[in-house]
Design a protein around this ligand. Structure first.
Ligand SMILES: NC(=O)c1ccc[n+]([C@@H]2O[C@H](COP(=O)([O-])OP(=O)(O)OC[C@H]3O[C@@H](n4cnc5c(N)ncnc54)[C@H](O)[C@@H]3O)[C@@H](O)[C@H]2O)c1
Length: 352
């Protein structure tokens, strides 16, 4: 068994730097090298994390025999090629979400992961969150009864990544808040519901703030197109029909006039015995004195809460990561169906 996983990080923008920090605090991993196509950002990251090896071409990093795994944090349009090259070079891969731009790309990546028998995980951090894990236990115990409706939302007031960066151009990102925030909260919600099977979606997507240059957060380190195109949605919502007559309402926004006191991010379950609400974790049920709210006690820490730590342990201990590839592919199908529904203005049925 490996004692320490020797990792490289590809892309040292906002997320890549966070991954490097995680590696620094992970006792079972070492950051060996980085690859970053922008020379200035490459130098800054290498200096900050005291790494002697830094490449501007990621394939040079993949050629290094002492790199066991790579953490990939490049723009979405680069995921397909970088991941396939990394897996083919026999590196294990942790990829920042979303998996891919399209279902076709996602399918191809998963085929290569299966063929090369490498660990390939999408870093869906919300699933690993302590509250999500606690909620899973509560749901599995049957405390909610039958869950017939869920709400998942991630609604920011001014959270548009830098306007004109790859994030706001569909050909590089695959979409706006729906494929970004929406897909991530949906992943946690479906995980908690115990299955990714969705029968049909009816979605809307629109841009109300970005095209006017409003609602920007400053997130992301990539280049800005001087023409500042914005051709993605900054609001996206969907009604998902699940099996057994259950429903899920998804809402996502990069920018909005939602009230400051409203939770930015949350998942709610409505069950026949009780309701459960995340984040924070609370249970709602009828007691002797009417409705009562129970704040759930969280464990102080869970060592796998950080996706980088979870990935490293999964590789070292030969465990299957909590984020399965079939689920990640199904999530991509659901997101694609949402975009198709929004474009067509009608409900779209999913196959299978
Ligand atoms: N898990 C999360 O919570 C979360 C949050 C935000 C973003 N993301 C995802 O993380 C990924 C990176 O996002 P970001 O915000 O760090 O973007 P970013 O623009 O800040 O950084 C991307 C970096 O990749 C570099 N790059 C581009 N192509 C490259 C290549 N071929 N080889 C090497 N380097 C290359 C760019 O120069 C840039 O420095 C995206 O897929 C994004 O959707 C995940």
């Amino acid at each position: 068994m490996l004692e320490r996983l020797r990792c490289g990080v590809i892309g040292t923008g906002a997320c890549g730097l966070a991954q490097l920090s995680s590696l620094l605090h992970c006792s079972q991993a070492t950051a060996v090298a980085i690859a970053e196509s922008h020379p200035k950002r490459a130098k800054e990251a290498a200096d900050r994390y005291r790494l002697s090896r830094s490449y501007t071409r990621y394939r040079d990093l993949l050629d290094q025999p002492d790199v066991d795994a790579v953490l990939v944090a490049v723009p979405n349009d680069q995921h397909l090629q970088v991941v396939i090259d990394a897996l083919t070079a026999r590196k294990h891969v942790l990829l920042e979400p979303p998996l891919a731009l399209t279902v076709k790309e996602a399918t191809r990546m998963i085929e290569v992961a299966r063929k090369t028998k490498r660990v390939f995980m999408v870093a869906q951090g919300l699933r690993l969150n302590r509250q999500t894990q606690l909620a899973r236990q509560v749901i599995e115990r049957g405390d909610l009864g039958e869950i017939y409706h869920a709400r998942a939302f991630w609604v920011r007031r001014a959270g548009i990544p830098r306007i004109g960066s790859w994030y706001t151009q569909r050909r590089y990102s695959g979409g706006g808040c729906l494929i970004d925030l929406g897909a991530r909260i949906l992943d946690a919600c479906l995980y908690l519901l115990g299955g990714f099977e969705v029968k049909a979606v009816s979605a809307v997507a629109s841009a109300r703030f970005g095209p006017r240059g409003l609602g920007e957060s400053g997130w992301g380190g990539g280049e800005i197109d001087p023409k500042r195109p914005f051709d993605v949605e900054d609001f996206g919502a969907a009604l998902l029909r699940l099996g057994g007559g259950r429903t899920l309402m998804l809402e996502s926004a990069w920018a909005s006039q939602a009230g400051a006191e409203v939770r930015e991010q949350g998942i709610d379950f409505w069950g026949t015995k009780a309701g459960l609400s995340l984040y924070p974790a609370r249970l709602f049920r009828s007691g002797d004195s009417g409705h009562e709210t129970v704040n759930l006690n969280l464990p102080l820490a869970w060592e796998d809460e950080d996706p980088v730590h979870h990935f490293v342990r999964s590789v070292i201990e030969g465990r299957r990561p909590l984020v399965g590839l079939e689920e990640s592919l199904q999530l991509q199908r659901i997101v694609a169906a949402c975009y198709a529904s929004a474009a067509a203005g009608k409900e779209i049925k999913l196959e299978g």
